[in-house]
Design a protein around this ligand. Sequence first.
Ligand code: SF4
Length: 107
Amino acid sequence: MNTIQFNPTNTELTPDIDYCKFGPISLVVIQPTSFCNLDCDYCYLPHRQLKNRLSLDLIEPIFQRIYTSNFLGCDFTVCWHAGEPLAVPISFYESAFEIINLADKKI
Ligand code: SF4
C-alpha cells in the first residue's frame, strides 16, 4: 500500500514522487490520541503513556485536503487508530463528525 502522510503546512506536491502510483484514497488513519492504557509486548507505538490528543482544529483542514484531493474516489474509510481511540471521550468524536460533515458541505 502506498501512503502519503498529511502535513497541513505543505500543500505542494513533491516532484520526485510518481503520483500515478497513488490513489484513490481508500483508507485514512487518524490518531486521536497517543495514549493507550494497555502495554502489549509487540506494540510499536512510542509515547503511549502521554495523553496527547489531536486538536479538533485539525479536523477541518485534514478533511478539506481529502475532499479536494485529486486522489479522492467514491468513498473511503476513516480509521481512528494508533493509541487507544476509546481513551478519548465520545464528545470528541461527536464534535469531529460535526466538523467533518460541515467540511463536506463547504466543498
Ligand atoms: S496501542 Fe495497541 S498494540 Fe499498543 S499497547 Fe495499546 S492496544 Fe497494545
